[in-house]
Write a protein that binds this ligand. Structure first.
Ligand code: FES
Length: 135
C-alpha cells in the first residue's frame, strides 16, 4: 500500500493542538516534526522510529485511518491500540485536532533525538482497527 499522501499535491493544513496555538503544516509532513516546529514540546525519545511511544497523541478529529505496521505493532505491544497514536508515524492531513500526551513540560524529560524528515522505519501501511473505511 502506498503512502496515503502519495496521490495528493501537498497543501497547507491547520493542526489544532490542545493547549497550543494552531499550527500550519504541509499535508504529508511528519506530524511529530510539525508539532515541534509549531512550538509543542512533545517527546520523541527514540528519535521517531516507533519504539518509545513517547510521541503519542490522541485525536479528537481527523484521526488517520492509515497506520504504519511499525505503529500497529508497537501500539499492540504496549496495549495502546485504539487509545493513542504515534505522531512519528503519521502524516499531517486536513482536519486534525489532537492532544499531545507526553511533553517535556509534563514529564520533566528531554524531548529526545531529532526525528528524520521521513517516517522511519520505511513505512508499510495498513489500516487502523475501527477505521471508517475498514471492510
Ligand atoms: S515512538 Fe518514539 S518517537 Fe515516536
Amino acid at each position: 500500500m502506498l503512502s496515503p499522501m502519495t496521490q495528493n499535491i501537498p497543501q497547507s493544513v491547520t493542526l489544532q493542538v490542545e493547549g497550543f496555538p494552531d499550527i500550519t503544516a504541509q499535508s504529508g509532513e511528519r506530524l511529530v516534526l510539525a508539532l515541534e516546529r509549531g512550538g509543542v514540546d512533545i517527546l520523541h525519545r527514540c528519535g521517531g522510529v516507533a519504539r518509545c511511544t513517547t510521541c503519542r497523541v490522541t485525536f479528537q478529529e481527523g484521526e488517520p485511518d492509515a497506520m504504519t505496521l511499525a505503529e500497529y505493532d508497537k501500539l499492540t505491544e504496549k496495549e495502546l491500540l485504539g487509545q493513542a497514536r504515534l505522531s512519528c508515524q503519521i502524516e499531517c492531513a486536513p482536519g486534525m485536532r489532537l492532544t499531545p500526551l507526553q511533553t517535556a513540560a509534563s514529564t520533566g524529560l528531554e524531548p529526545g533525538k531529532a526525528p528524520a524528515e521521513a517516517i522511519e522505519p520505511d513505512p508499510q501501511w495498513t489500516t487502523r482497527p475501527g477505521a471508517s473505511t475498514e471492510g
